[in-house]
Design a protein around this ligand. Sequence first.
Ligand code: ADP
Ligand code: MG
Length: 450
Amino acid sequence: MAEMTLEQWGELKQHIRQTVGQNNFRNWIEPLEFAEVADGVATFSVPTSFLGTYVSQHYGDLILYQISRLDPGVRKLDFRVAANCAARPRQPAPPPEPARSETRLDSAPLDERFRFDTFVVGKPNHLAHAAARRVAEGGETTFNPLFLYGGVGLGKTHLMHAIAWELTEKRPAFNVLFLSAEQFMYRFVQALRDRKIMDFKQMFRSVDVLMVDDVQFIAGKDSTQEEFFHTFNALVDQNKQIVISADCAPGDIAKLEDRIKSRLQCGLVVDLHPTDYELRLGILQTRLERYRDQHPDLVVEPGVLEFLAHRINTNVRVLEGALTRLFAFASLVGKPITQDLTQDCLADMLRSFERKVSLEEIKRKVADHYNIRLSDMVGPKRTRCYARPRQVAMYLCKQLTSRSLPEIGRSFGGRDHTTVMHGVRRIDELRLQDAEIADDLELLRRALEG
Ligand code: ADP
Ligand code: MG
């Protein structure tokens, strides 16, 4: 296998960008300069040893993995500070970069797509959205800070960017600074190293709105926390708006100083709840509309989005990933998106989100619900008061697990797969005619999924 070239590194970087995201990419990956591969070691020159150490700890595995796919001989990475990097056969020495040692205050780039008009509001996020809207008006500071928290991929960064966009448009004179806690730390460490800490302090204290994303990152990093605390207090004292996000509530961030926790709790703390079906469907519909603007020929059969919203019951990022893959696949094969195509294209994904409900659980829940004994559920009795619950249980087994009809049949006292098929069909008909059955199914499904 050939050695990696500079050009190939350029391509690899794009893969890495997709994995780490634009912000991280800019801060950590872009500054790396590929020097050479020799004796199984890929050498990069880095502007500072801090950056080298950081990249090696946080992205080393990823970079090595990407390189070794191209050149399996590479087993190690080496990061050298630019001036000490002796081996630079393929490119001229970079010019000195004075800008790097300055404490600059340009905001992290805002993502074009993360605006209020692309944010779909639903029950799980409406409070967070309303609070973000309020802050984006840029009027009098009513709550400080606004603290947004929630699990990964639920829209925290999106909302923060949306606030920043809105403010920069509505109040161009405002000095709005958005950055991740990681960048805050990086800049702080840089300022320390360059002995420019006074500049750093002064600059951070001169913003009108400070937004720090993923603040949990600074937990356990003592001097960064300390500095963050002072910056925070200075801005609050001046009545400047602060917006913070984290992956959990202030009180639950481990290794965060108590005084910071209590400061963070002083304003408005709102959480983004896990997505629900309606929100997921809303997001999928919006995405589809936007995609259709560019690809008017795309045909999506009715029911496909509902199917996805139901089956991929996780965060928005994963949901979007699924849709992107589906669109790509459909345009590649030039076919309409049917449920079958969706199942083929996303098989691995769908499997990994399959609810891990067992046949036993389903039978037990259904028996409880209809107040019959489990032994009667799987036993031979054929009167309706047993047969109906049995069919409901079979139906749910088919819907919520990937077990085959014969397997399901066996677990119902050794019944034949045709019996299961008949039961499933019967319930499928009944649920459209009989509201009580439909309610039962919905209730049971929720109980089993929860
Ligand atoms: P977080 O910062 O909470 O991890 P992000 O803000 O990065 O999540 O969101 C992940 C992806 O999901 C982004 O592409 C974002 O645009 C999208 N997203 C999240 N919530 C919504 C929503 N309510 N409406 C539209 N897109 C959303
Ligand atoms: Mg985020």
